[in-house]
Write a protein of this length. Structure first.
Lengths: 297, 436, 326
């Protein structure tokens, strides 16, 4: 029973990490950029969703608005920042680290803007469905309708992405633009546009993650910071090359953390993330589903 | 040849530019105009505060400086302190000790005293830093915003004046309350695994309270998932009475999880994490909070029958741009009032030493909203020393047990917990101190 | 084309002289900032070596600084080592950890390494709360001692710390610069820009990378120990994630592969809160604005720099010719 509870807790938190990881992997696979601004885009969209909720008290209205905001912010991030970056830096010592720094800068920028507009106080988001655990007879498990919604959303997003990437023209264009932009261009792919679409989708995913996690805690400019780290770690665990890997990575991290906190010590939260990551990377340095094929950068 | 020379000049040029840039911003008036006392002129008194305004520790606490300045402005509009207006220099440290020390250093020549600096780690770093020289330069750090018991040690921290009852006191008092009301029940404890928590553990130990299950958490790691884990352990141990001695976000996680898991227990919330407004913002359902026991040394924030509350709410509405009046604002204004009284008591010849002497000699008589006596004296830097217990009602207001505030007091050592009669000084007219 | 050693040495002496003057002229607070800036110079140098030259990303150098800091404190506490020895132990301890990290890093590609170092930065410092001998949140004291008597009784502790930090920075600058101009430096540059050719030329890529990590870690460890020295205290919260980010930011502002730029990067990082403060007081906005302004300015500056001067501000270019070719 204790184990089952722990696993359920791990799955519900893992599904949130998975959403964040999915967004990170999406941007990575379509642009070869690790998007640290993911948390910033997510928090900005979540605040916009918050504005909708305060005016309409309708979560199901706030969610799509946040998604659209996320897509817009994602697209703008690409157009205003990443595109000029790629044009200017085509080689050199900065090439690999430049997008990391740029997205870090963007994260800080968005976060301070959010702080100025809405202030640092905690804001409230109510969940659209019950957050109380399902009850079976006398026992209540730590898994509620809301957790089910989150898991379902994570799986759905993953399935949709996997489909789009593997089966559609857009997905092919995304992968081609990331892997060999010059060849893709020659083949008639509008690389820049495709990449912006990728960023938009990632921004939307981040918005979903933000809007889904906030009801269990609260909203403040820094409330998604930890999620960024854990989402990134999940993505790495899963292997940055695979969307399914991202979901698996999230599950592994979520369950791993829950197990360590339950059976070892409740105060080991931060080292635990590192331990789980190391355990995976020692066995598989490119992550669970990461490919070994040597792609630089 | 030319290249080498030009590069040498370049270095010199760089260095000069750097020096100029640093120096230009660096010349405060004080450098050229040595005052008799830092932070005091004929017309102004400068105080300084370093506290988290951004970062994950900021929510809630970021309200403190504005609330203090609001009260100071109220006093300034009514004559100030013997004609001097109080200015509060506010610096953000993001709850990082390195930044806190740098902030303290940057203000050390410009302010009379630090007031309400926040955080155990930050205050510790500031106190220990020879760069700031808190003790060596006799810079007062008054009414610090933490309950860590160590700061009341006059030999280690001669210029620090804590005001909150220490966490040890709170734990001892809670322990007494538990023994009186919940003898024989299974007890659980959730605490933060740093000095905040170890102070609590020490207090419970002195009080002779044994917990059937004690759950530490790492500061910053509290989340809904973590909360679910804690509640799981509480359930497994069958805890009927649970002490939640953590910060508000941890309290929110624990209470939220117990709602989700349908776990029913008698919760006792520590004062640090007990602000109902913040807990509501964290999504704690009213059903879970109602009936929980809380501890405080100040009146409830919604108790408008209380003269101090009414006055502070008034000041808040007029001078604080209508920020919501929660526990953070109340504590801030209370400390601000004490600050004004201390400044007044120091006399017209205001110096750092006269300020500290005033707190030691007259601090015990200062009027404030707290029900606890103030224990400042030439041999004691302990401020408040007691708590009252109440229950949260459905609106989130904490109402005293039995309708009247009854106070427990104790010390941070092995002294007994005593039920005390409350003799709170009347509020000076209109909340404007008139002491001397 | 590369500057000769004697010239560079002279330049350093020159800078040392300027710093000496500054230490006596500037107000105490600026001197303290100078000490902080020197620490950043050292930390940024470690990133320039690691990322700019050997091409490995680390978002967790704050954790390495933490190791250096705790090592210095513990050695002084339990072995009563002198100040200098404590600092050296800090370097060794961090370098030792760098061996492990380096071997792990050699197996991990870019973003995986970034993720690992990120998790390290978040996970390592909080370990101090687990083991009581590490002092927990209260931390452990660290006193490098008062200034020696011959400097006079008026020699403030701040100035003393500034001297130690800036001399350490100059020494590190000298050593790292020599290293970067040496065979190893050329190996790293080759590895980074043309790995296949480098391997063909007989460079042992993995070993070279690990070496870079070890040295970078040791340097970061020194920075951590100096940080702890200026605070007289070591606690986990001195090494938050934002510290790791700040160092990388400084390295980028410096020009990731230009060592002299480390000074510029460090000065900018130290100057921004003050600058933001002054701007905030001028425009007199609400607390929301003044509180978020430093973060805003840093981020904006970072973005502008990476967009328009990705290889560092022009200052760097003036001082180092020859190392600009990538």
């Amino acid at each position: 029973m204790r184990l089952l509870s722990t696993l359920l807790i791990g799955i519900s938190s893992g599904s949130i990490y998975a959403l964040m990881a999915l967004a990170l992997v999406l941007v990575w696979r379509s642009t070869r950029v690790v998007n640290f601004a993911q948390a910033g885009q997510a928090i900005a969209s979540t605040y916009i969703g918050y504005v909708v909720i305060t005016h309409t008290n309708n979560y199901w209205l706030a969610l799509p608005v946040a998604i659209m905001a996320g897509a817009l912010i994602g697209a703008l991030s690409d157009i205003l920042l990443i595109r000029p970056l790629n044009k200017r830096i085509t080689s050199g010592p900065v090439k690999e680290i430049a997008p990391v720094i740029a997205t870090l800068g963007l994260l800080g920028l968005i976060r301070s803007l959010v702080g100025v507009i809405w202030g640092g106080d905690l804001k409230r988001y109510n969940a659209p469905v019950s957050i109380n655990g399902f009850t079976f007879g006398h026992t209540t498990i730590p898994f509620s309708r809301f957790n089910l919604l989150i898991v379902f959303t994570a799986v759905a997003v993953m399935a949709i992405f996997a489909f789009v990437f593997q089966r559609t023209g857009l997905g092919l264009a995304l992968r081609a633009s990331a892997f060999q932009p010059e060849i893709a261009r020659l083949a008639g792919v509008r690389v820049d546009l495709v990449r912006t679409v990728g960023w938009a989708i990632a921004g939307a995913t981040g918005a979903i993650a933000g809007v889904l996690i906030t009801p269990s805690t609260s909203l403040s400019p820094n409330s998604l910071d930890l999620l960024l780290v854990l989402g990134f770690v999940s993505a790495v665990i899963g292997g940055l090359e695979s969307l399914i890997g991202a979901a698996i990575g999230g599950a592994i991290l979520g369950i791993g953390l829950a197990l360590i906190l339950e059976y070892v010590s409740t105060s080991l939260a931060f080292p635990a993330a590192f331990i789980v990551l190391m355990l995976v990377l020692i066995i598989k340095p490119s992550g669970i589903l990461g490919s070994k094929a040597g792609r630089d950068a | 040849m030319f290249a080498k020379r030009s590069s040498k000049f370049a270095v010199l040029a760089t260095a000069s530019v750097a020096v100029a840039a640093l120096t230009l911003g660096a010349l405060p008036a004080q450098a050229f105009n040595p005052r008799s006392e830092a932070g005091v002129t004929a017309t102004t008194i400068k105080l300084g505060i370093t506290t988290p305004l951004t970062g994950s520790a900021a929510p809630g606490y970021s309200k403190v400086p504005a609330a203090m300045q609001a009260y100071f402005n109220y006093v300034n509009d009514n004559g100030g302190v013997y004609g001097r207006k109080i200015q509060l220099t506010v610096k953000d440290d993001g709850y990082i000790p390195t930044t806190a020390v740098a902030n303290a250093k940057s203000m050390s020549n410009g302010v009379l005293a630090y007031v309400a600096n926040l955080g155990t780690a930050n205050n510790n770093a500031i106190a220990k830093s020879p760069v700031v020289g808190l003790a060596a330069n006799r810079i007062p750090s008054i009414f610090i915003n933490t309950g860590y018991s160590g700061f009341a040690d006059r030999t280690k921290f001669p210029t620090m004046y804590p005001i909150f009852p220490s966490y040890i006191m709170e734990a001892k008092i809670m322990g007494q309350y538990i023994k009186e009301n919940f003898a024989g029940k299974k007890l659980g404890l959730i605490y933060q695994d740093d000095d905040f928590g170890s102070d609590a553990l020490a207090g419970f130990k002195t009080a002779g309270v044994k917990f059937d299950v004690a759950i530490p958490y790492a500061s910053g790691s509290q989340s809904a998932a973590a909360g679910a884990g804690w509640v799981g352990k509480l359930k497994a141990a069958g805890a009927e009475v649970v002490v939640m001695f953590g910060v508000t976000s941890a309290t929110g996680a624990a209470l939220g999880a117990s709602a989700v898991l349908g776990y029913k227990a008698q919760w006792i919330l520590g004062s640090v994490g007990g602000d109902a407004t913040t807990l509501k913002a964290l999504g704690v359902p009213a059903a879970v909070l109602t009936g929980s026991i809380g501890a405080s040394f100040l009146p409830g924030t919604t108790d408008t029958k209380d003269e101090y509350i009414k006055q502070f709410q008034d000041v808040n509405a007029k001078y604080n741009a209508g920020a919501s009046f929660d526990n953070n604002v109340l504590v801030a204004m209370n400390s601000a009032m004490l600050t004004v009284e201390a400044l007044r008591a120091a006399g017209k010849n205001l110096t750092r030493d006269s300020l500290m002497a005033a707190i030691e000699k007259k601090g015990a008589t200062f009027a404030s909203a707290a029900f606890s006596p103030i224990l400042y004296s030439p041999t004691s830097h302990v401020g408040y020393s007691g708590y009252w217990f109440g229950k949260y009602d459905p609106s989130g207001a904490m109402l005293p047990d039995g309708g009247t505030y009854s106070l427990y007091t104790t010390d941070s050592g092995a002294g007994a917990v005593v039920k005390a009669t409350i003799k709170r000084p009347a509020m000076p007219a209109k909340g404007l101190p008139n002491n001397s | 084309m590369l500057k000769s050693k004697p010239i560079r040495f002279l330049l350093l002496i020159l800078v040392a002289g300027v710093l000496f003057l500054l230490g006596n002229v500037l107000p105490d607070y600026r001197v303290y900032e100078g000490a902080t800036a020197s620490i950043y110079v050292i930390a940024i140098a470690s990133i320039i070596l690691l990322t700019g030259y050997s091409g490995q990303i680390s978002l967790g150098h704050g954790a390495l600084m933490a190791i250096g800091g705790y090592a210095a404190v513990l050695s002084r506490k339990y072995w009563h080592t002198s100040g200098v020895i404590s600092l050296i132990i800090a370097v060794l301890a961090a370098a030792l950890f760098g061996v492990i990290l380096g071997y792990a890093a050699a197996r991990l590609r870019g973003p995986y390494l970034a993720g690992t170092t990120l998790a390290l930065a978040v996970g390592l410092p909080s370990l101090a709360n687990q083991f009581h001998f590490l002092g927990g949140e209260q931390g452990l004291n660290f006193d490098i001692g008062a200034p020696p008597k011959f400097l006079g009784s008026n020699f403030s502790t701040t100035k003393w710390y500034f001297w130690i930090c800036s001399i350490a920075a100059l020494i590190i600058f000298w050593l790292v610069q020599n290293l970067l101009h040496s065979r190893y430096g050329r190996q790293w540059k080759a590895m980074r820009s043309a790995p296949v050719s480098a391997a063909l030329a007989g460079i042992n890529i993995a070993r070279s990378k690990v070496l870079a990590f070890i040295i970078s870690s040791g340097v970061a460890g020194l920075a951590g120990a100096l940080l702890v020295m200026t605070l007289n205290l070591v606690t986990p919260s001195e090494f938050p994630l934002s510290l790791s980010f700040a160092i990388v930011t400084g390295a980028v502002l410096a020009g990731i592969a230009r060592l002299p730029g480390a000074v510029v990067g460090a000065l900018i990082i130290v100057a921004i809160p003050d600058l933001a403060d002054q701007i905030a007081t001028k425009i007199g906005g609400a607390e929301r604005i003044s509180a978020n302004l430093p973060g805003f300015i840093t981020s904006l500056l970072l973005i502008l720099t990476i967009l328009f001067a990705p290889n560092g501000a022009k200052i760097g270019k003036l001082v180092s010719h020859g190392s600009t070719r990538t």
